[in-house]
Design a protein around this ligand. Sequence first.
Ligand code: PBG
Length: 337
Amino acid sequence: MQHFISRKAMNIAGLGSETVVLLYQKNLVKDIADLYEMDFKLLFGIERMAEKSINNLILGLQDSKNVPFDRVLYALGIRAVNIYVKVDESLKDNTGKEAWNPEGLMQRAIRAIKAACPEMIVMPDVALDPYSIYGHDGIIKNGDIANDETNEALVKMAVSHAEAGADFVAPSDMMDGRVLRLRQGLDAAGFHHVGIMSYSAKYASAFYGPFRDALDSAPKEADVVVPKDKKTYQMDYANRIEAVKEALMDVEEGADMVMVKPGIAYLDIVREVKNAVNVPVTVFHVSGEYAMIKAAAERGWLDHDKIMMEQLMCIKRAGASLISTYFAKEAAILLNK
Ligand code: PBG
């Protein structure tokens, strides 16, 4: 199968030498309090980037020396960012069409980050859940997720991310065959150089709770039949062998990197996938894992920095080439000391 690795991106990310790259995830959320005078739940403990416009968000956040925010992250050694967006309820439907709006929040965010810091590897999330009225990663048909129809929507989404300047796309949706369709779709649109970081072994996990609260993206009750959870497309946490199978299939379909998610409770899976594939393995230290450390530290029950570094190091030991974590900035500051 022919596919193209984004060599420039891979080199900048230092992936050739298997260095740890900490991904700082931006929850790009509208400042709802300001705009709509509504109470808005935040991802527990995370620095929210308040914004009135995306340009203010990316370019306006500067440190005391007036260095744009992404420059600060880059200077700390963070080489890549994953982006997720919280979109307004009025923009949600069952097709997810806002996901490929060239002027959508995600597309503006990608452009703004690349303008502020061209060297930063930008890996936008590809999945329909932030755009779905039902809070699902796919289009709902006859009470179920329409896999192939969803894949075509994801291709449009990924191409629009590439047009906005993304270095990688990061499908977190878990539809079958989507890596192949994304590779074909990106190539057909001339984006051979845009890589794919596939969420290959993504488990149906309660550790995603704080993320779903922040994005308001949990599966919802509806007037039509809708699957009540994501277990028809995300993996069963009792299942070990399927993780390796999924990762190998994604590499075969053209994934440049694979991911295991969540992190700490899944390190056996990380090692097994690492031993099976010949591409970098990313591990996602997810929102619930982050929240548990923050909450325990707040109560004085655990040493925040020590636990943070221990968990990140153990993820690395298990075989992670990249770690996607909300702790990226804090950890990078410590590592620079
Ligand atoms: C959805 C998506 C989720 C996360 C990343 N992408 C939630 C879900 O699958 O419901 C979770 C991230 C986290 O918990 O930090 N495509």
